[in-house]
Design a protein around this ligand. Structure first.
Ligand code: GLY
Length: 404
């Protein structure tokens, strides 16, 4: 493959866009910017010797961090290349999207954490959707089999994290922790039933969603991050956090996963309770007195130092993408319009220089200002590949829903 091709082609297109007489709409400029920035990222990845280098975030020294295939984030860069292909129609991207997807194939066999849905859905799932490649369908079903091994019938849920002897999780008294993020892994199970005809995957997903609906949410519509179940009785043992500022706080990305995850569960089941859950948690976020004017949440809505706390662009991108889908669901005409406008507002903020990096900066990631875990002191106010992934997905969903 020809190193340097993408950056040169994309820069030429971007210069053309800027110097032409017609003003460029924010969404077109965002796609063109993504083509430039990701073109440079692809050129960089292609220039590195050895195994696939999978861009994930930046290290404290400013260098790019490339993750291992077992990292929960390993599917997002391949998936972002698929979305860039879809947004630009540039078929030159397809061999790269395929190569990066196939480089994370090992993820389909992973059984020691729950994130195989994120990993394989974002990479193989998008590849399947766009190419119809039956080998990609096989990878999805195999990944669903791997995820199913984590189902715990006593609690009716899929266990998120293992609890190793001597670990911090064990010290917290956890035996079977489930995080709200796990709602995002259910799409893989729903898809696996659609692809294979084996209804067992769908049933596990429904069981997990039902128990999560019952246990994870507070009366105000927000959700806990971690529900730890007693692995023997299946009862709730702890309602905790891992990445939020307090057990009782509203960790922003957790709220985003809940909104998105229950919208997906509604898509596959038609269960109105799931849609109501997504609506309720979004309404909580929308009405929150700490929601900033630009609609990019603080990393935790209850962070003690607000307004001097980092934002989380990844949470904003996930919420925007979910809202474009929710606006096509039976939420009522007024809400549908309001949700789309809210999503547009988030996307315009994210597409502004405050959050979108200048070409060549920010480790060649699209968005600035996300947070992995402030309590752990890990990756605070950095780019994250999943912020970029959901941002591109939101751009695509916005475009798709405009043309209906
Ligand atoms: N699933 C991990 C996170 O959202 O940070």
């Amino acid at each position: 493959m020809k190193t340097g091709f993408f950056a040169v082609a994309a820069l030429a297109a971007a210069v053309g866009a800027c110097t032409g007489s017609k003003p460029v709409a924010w969404d077109e400029a965002a796609i063109e910017n993504a083509r430039v920035q990701m073109g440079m990222q692809i050129d960089t990845v292609e220039s590195l010797a050895g195994e696939f280098h999978n861009p994930t975030t930046i290290n404290p020294d400013g260098s790019v961090h490339y993750c291992e295939v077992t990292d929960w984030r390993s599917g997002f860069f391949p998936g972002a290349v698929w979305y860039l292909y879809e947004l630009t129609g540039d078929t030159a991207l397809v061999p790269y999207a395929r190569k990066y997807t196939e480089a994370v194939a090992e993820a389909q066999h992973l059984k020691w954490h729950h994130d195989v849905g994120f990993m394989v859905g974002s990479s193989f799932g998008n590849g399947l959707r766009l190419t119809g490649d039956s080998a990609y369908a096989d990878a999805m079903v195999e990944a669903a089999r791997s995820l199913s091994t984590r189902f715990r019938p006593n609690a009716g849920i899929i266990q998120s994290w293992d609890v190793d002897p001597g670990s911090e999780r064990e010290a917290k008294g956890w035996t079977c922790p489930v995080i709200i993020d796990n709602m995002m892994n259910l799409e893989l199970l729903f898809e696996a039933t659609r692809l294979s005809g084996d209804s067992s995957f769908h049933k596990l997903a429904v069981s997990h969603a039902d128990r999560t609906l019952k246990e994870h949410f507070r009366p105000d519509g927000s959700c806990f991050h971690v529900i730890d179940y007693d692995s023997i009785s299946g009862d709730v043992a702890h309602r905790h956090t891992a990445q939020g500022c307090a057990h009782s706080s509203a960790w922003a990305r957790g709220q985003a996963w809940a909104i998105y995850g229950f919208t997906v569960a509604y898509r596959y089941t038609g269960n109105p309770d799931y849609l109501q859950r997504a609506v309720g948690t979004f309404e909580f976020m929308k009405a929150h007195p700490h929601m900033p004017a630009d609609k990019v949440p603080y990393w935790d809505m209850d962070a003690p130092g607000i307004p001097d706390e980092p934002r989380d662009a990844s949470a904003a991108a996930v919420i925007a993408s979910a809202l474009y889908e929710m606006s096509g669901c039976p939420v009522g005409d007024d809400k549908a319009t309001a949700y789309r406008e809210y999503a547009d507002s988030i996307m315009q903020s994210l597409s502004s220089p405050e959050y979108t990096a200048a070409p060549g900066e920010n480790g060649r990631f699209l968005l600035k200002h996300s947070v992995t875990s402030k309590p752990a002191g890990v990756e605070i106010d950095v780019p994250l590949n999943y912020a970029d992934y959901y941002y591109l997905e939101a751009l695509k969903r916005r475009r798709d829903s405009s043309s209906i």
